[in-house]
Design a protein around this ligand. Structure first.
Ligand SMILES: O=C(O)CCC(=O)C(=O)O
Ligand SMILES: [Fe+2]
Length: 290
C-alpha cells in the first residue's frame, strides 16, 4: 500500500521527520477535540503552563480508535517496512502547553534515557512518534518546529530549524531522538513578540506586576481569544529491544507523572489491536507492577 509517499522511509531515516497531510477527517478531529476538552475539565496534570495527560492510551480509553486507525497503521507499516509493528502505549495529550527544545528519548528524564544508553548512531533503533495537532498551525508558530537530521546526534543546538505548517488532520511522524519544540512563546506570532515584551515592561514599571504574572494573564487572554491548543502524541516502533526498552522506561515516566500504576490499555482496545495484527509493548510491562 504505497498511497502516502514513496520516499517515506528514506525521508524519515535521513531527516528524522515527515509531514503527512489530511490523515484524519474533519469529523474525526471534531470528535477528538470534544473528547479531550471534556477530559481536561476533570483530569490531567499541570505542566508547562497548561495541562497534560500522560499515559492517555490507558487514561482515556475512548481514544482507542485513533491508535488502530487504518491510515495510521498503514503509514507506520510502510515506514517500518514490515507488517509487524509494535504500539508502545506511549501517549501524551496536551492542552494549552508551552514547550522548549528537547528530544523524546528520555536522556533528560533518566540515566541513559529510555533506550538505556545514547542510541544516536543505531540503525535498528526505529521508534516513531506521531504528532497530531487538533487545530491549524500554518498561520502561527504554535505547531511543531524540528531540527532536521538531529536524530543522529546528541547536541540539541545542532540541525537546521524547520517549522512545520500543519493543518488540523495532518500528522507529523518523527524519530523520538529528533530535537523539536512546540509553542515556545506566549504569543506564537512573530510580530507580536516585541509589543508583548514592551507591554510586560510597562506593566512591571507602572503596576509592579511581575513578568511571570503578566505572562500568565497574557496567556489566558491569548488562549481565550484563539481557543484551546490541543495535541496528541503517540508512539510505535519496530518490534525489537529498542522499542521495548523505550516503552517500559517511558511508561515509568508516565506513571510517575500521573502518580498511579495504571499499566494496561482497555480489553476492547487490546482486542482491536490484536485483530489488526499490532504487537503490544504492554506484554513486557508486568515487571513494572509494584
Ligand atoms: O507542545 C508541543 O507541541 C510539543 C510536545 C512534545 O514535544 C512532547 O509531548 O514531547
Ligand atoms: Fe517532545
Amino acid at each position: 500500500m504505497d498511497y502516502f509517499n514513496k520516499n517515506l522511509s528514506n525521508e524519515v531515516i535521513n531527516n528524522g521527520f515527515i509531514l503527512l497531510p489530511n490523515m484524519l477527517s474533519n469529523i474525526e478531529i471534531k470528535t477528538l477535540r470534544k473528547l479531550i476538552k471534556n477530559h481536561f475539565r476533570y483530569h490531567g496534570v499541570s505542566a508547562n503552563s497548561g495541562l497534560t495527560q500522560p499515559n492517555a492510551a490507558v487514561e482515556i480509553p475512548e481514544l482507542g480508535w485513533l491508535f488502530y486507525h487504518p491510515k495510521i497503521l498503514a503509514v507506520m507499516r510502510q515506514l517500518l517496512g514490515q507488517e509487524q509493528i509494535m504500539f508502545t502505549s506511549h501517549c501524551d495529550v496536551h492542552c494549552r502547553t508551552l514547550s522548549a527544545w528537547h528530544k523524546d528519548d528520555g536522556m533528560k528524564v533518566m540515566e541513559g534515557g529510555y533506550f538505556g544508553f545514547p542510541a544516536y548512531n543505531k540503525e535498528d533503533c526505529q521508534v516513531y512518534k506521531i504528532a497530531l495537532y487538533l487545530q491549524d498551525h500554518h498561520h502561527n508558530k504554535a505547531g511543531l518546529t524540528v531540527r532536521k537530521g538531529s536524530h543522529k546526534f546528541s547536541d540539541i543546538n545542532q540541525g537546521e530549524e524547520v517549522y512545520l505548517k500543519t493543518k488540523a488532520g495532518d500528522i507529523i511522524i518523527f524519530d523520538v531522538r529528533l530535537t523539536h519544540t512546540g509553542q515556545k512563546d506566549i504569543f506564537p506570532i512573530e510580530f507580536l513578540n516585541k509589543p508583548n515584551s514592551l507591554l510586560k515592561k510597562g506593566l512591571n514599571k507602572i503596576f509592579n506586576i511581575s513578568p511571570q504574572k503578566s505572562d500568565q494573564y497574557l496567556k489566558e487572554i491569548y488562549d481565550y481569544l484563539f481557543g484551546d491548543r490541543l495535541s496528541i502524541f503517540f508512539t510505535y516502533g519496530l518490534p525489537n529491544e529498542y522499542t521495548k526498552n523505550f516503552a517500559i522506561n517511558n511508561m515509568k515516566r508516565q506513571l510517575e507523572q500521573n502518580k498511579n500504576s495504571h499499566l494496561f490499555i482497555s480489553q476492547e482496545t487490546k482486542k482491536y489491536f490484536l485483530q489488526n495484527n499490532v504487537l503490544l509493548a504492554e506484554e513486557y510491562f508486568k515487571q513494572l507492577k509494584s
